[in-house]
Design a protein around this ligand. Structure first.
Ligand SMILES: [Zn+2]
Ligand SMILES: [Zn+2]
Length: 180
């Protein structure tokens, strides 16, 4: 039970970190000149740009070592390791989810909803919808915005939105997205 609770705590920690890092280190003008902020600005302005994997691995590996060491000190090695697995596992899930949102239209209704949540953040209001794996903390902190028709700049459009033969918006997305 303790092990399971530690695992869930690790997942919850990443979920909150995802929101916190994105909102304050990625978008708050007071703190934006940090390595994450610089990479994140490029992610917004260049369309399908993602920070190099080695930078992420370095930052994530360092944070992981520090957090597992701290967790082990406080709750012992077994729960400490479970906590770290929850945190790192959910971090990797976040990286995968975010990347997949940009390169694939989504497999489920939930996946398509998450994309609208995220692309509203990208193309309408970067001060809202900071959560990438869920809208949980956007509700908690009052930054949730309900996406309407999402107007995507043509040069930043995701490949899955465009029909490669005609260069126009794919029909199946016409009710939810448009190009500008
Ligand atoms: Zn994104
Ligand atoms: Zn952002």
């Amino acid at each position: 039970m303790r092990i399971f609770a530690a695992l869930i705590a690790g997942i919850a920690t990443w979920s909150l970190l995802e929101y916190t890092i994105h909102r304050w280190l990625g978008h708050d003008p007071r703190f934006i000149r940090n390595p994450f902020g610089v990479e994140h600005t490029a992610h917004h302005s260049r369309g399908n740009y993602f920070a190099p994997a080695w930078k992420k691995a370095l930052a994530a590996g360092g944070a992981l070592l520090l957090l597992s060491w701290l967790a082990t000190m406080f709750v012992g090695p077994r729960a400490g390791i479970a906590y770290s697995i929850g945190l790192v596992g959910f971090y990797l899930y976040y990286e995968g989810t975010h990347y997949f949102e940009h390169i694939h239209p989504g497999l489920t209704g939930w996946g398509r909803w998450l994309r609208r949540h995220h692309f509203h953040h990208h193309f309408h209001d970067p001060r809202s919808n900071h959560g990438v794996t869920s809208p949980l903390w956007d509700y908690a902190f009052g930054t949730i915005a309900r996406p309407g028709m999402i107007a995507v700049p043509r040069k930043l459009a995701m490949d899955w939105l465009i029909d490669p033969d005609t260069g126009a918006l794919r029909n199946e997305h016409a009710g939810q997205y448009r190009l500008r």
